[in-house]
Design a protein around this ligand. Structure first.
Ligand SMILES: [Zn+2]
Length: 331
């Protein structure tokens, strides 16, 4: 019998339910959805969540499908999935819960607070009731409503336990320096997990400009490939992993515009395009067509992220460039 958040799940079965968090002024409930797939035999516990940022949809779809297709009879250990962690943000289609005044980004709100605002309550209860059970924890992220991200595993620290998770997932790229729009990583769920001795990573892939069916299928398949590889490596399921080899540790740099305006990217600029240091990536125009800024790459590398919107406010990311620091061969 496996106990999680008041649910009792017997060996070789699945269960799902809600963790009640709070009631809205209009009477509606704020709840965390939890799906538990408990194997016939005891083993490691993998906790996976998506939708901590409400505009990052690909992980939500990938996780719902992974959970739907997982047969508890084939499992050793337990898979716990939380497909939409930040419900209010997901329903608003925004990164954070729009009703928040001070704690907008849930992935900077950990450890949270049981009597705090909705975002802090979800964070605190989720960690206490679910994540603490994890042998390994993974959060699924993407580029959200304003960006496409070509994929990397983001880690809070280059510890051996976390590098094992990175190699197990087998995505081509990983970084401990995500150069987030909201650096540093203090208050992220992965950092809080690690502070509590739980290896945790963020798998980031996808985004608004790549949600046509074929592109969405690619992103979903990549999430499934990584999560299945991890489950095989942890002994949760049997099978042959399909890992990238070698795996690159990268440095990622977010190129930001100084001027606000209309972003017109250069024609050649696409995901994986090579860029030279100082090369112009895009023009920023005002609404009359006047050139306000030529945004240049500060380093030599390859493109891994592009905006899904032609609107930029000052300081907005208009491209992500990465360079490879070193490579690791996996078996
Ligand atoms: Zn995110």
């Amino acid at each position: 019998m496996f106990n999680v958040a008041g649910m009792r799940v017997s060996a070789g079965s699945r269960a799902s339910g809600w963790i009640d968090i709070a009631q809205l002024p209009s009477g509606g409930a704020i709840r965390i959805p939890v799906v538990v797939i408990h194997g016939r035999r005891e083993g490691p516990v993998l906790v996976v969540d998506a939708g901590i940022h409400g505009d990052e949809h690909e992980g939500v779809i990938a996780l719902l499908e992974l959970l739907r297709d997982m047969d508890p009879a084939t499992l050793t250990g337990t898979l716990i999935g939380v497909p939409v962690l930040n419900g209010p943000a997901f329903e608003a289609g925004t990164r954070g819960n729009p009703s928040e005044l001070h704690v907008y980004d849930m992935n900077r709100a950990f450890p949270g607070e049981q009597t705090g605002t909705i975002t802090k309550r979800i964070a605190a209860r989720y960690f206490e009731d679910v994540v603490k059970l994890a042998t390994v924890h993974v959060s699924l992220h993407g580029g959200g409503g304003v960006f496409y991200h070509a994929g990397a595993v983001n880690v809070p620290i280059l510890a051996p336990e976390i590098l094992r998770v990175v190699k197990s997932i087998g995505w081509q790229r990983y970084t401990d320096a995500p150069d987030s729009a909201l650096s540093p990583l203090t208050g992220t769920l992965s950092q809080h997990c690690w502070d509590n001795g739980i290896p945790s990573v963020m798998m980031e892939l996808g985004g608004a400009s790549h949600r046509a069916p074929a592109q969405l299928t690619h992103v979903r398949d990549e999430f499934h490939r990584g999560l299945r590889n991890l489950m095989i490596a942890c002994g949760l399921i049997e099978g042959h992993s399909r890992r990238s080899n070698p795996i690159h540790r990268i440095k990622k740099y977010n190129v930001k515009t100084n001027a606000g305006g209309v972003v017109v990217t250069r024609d050649w600029l696409d995901i994986e395009a090579e860029v030279e240091k100082g090369e112009v990536l895009c023009d920023i125009l005002d609404y009359l067509g006047n050139l306000l800024e030529e945004v240049r790459s500060p380093l030599e590398g390859r493109v891994m992220g592009l905006p899904g919107s032609c609107l930029a406010y000052p300081g907005r990311i208009v491209a992500s460039i990465y360079s490879v620091l070193d490579e690791t061969h996996v078996d």
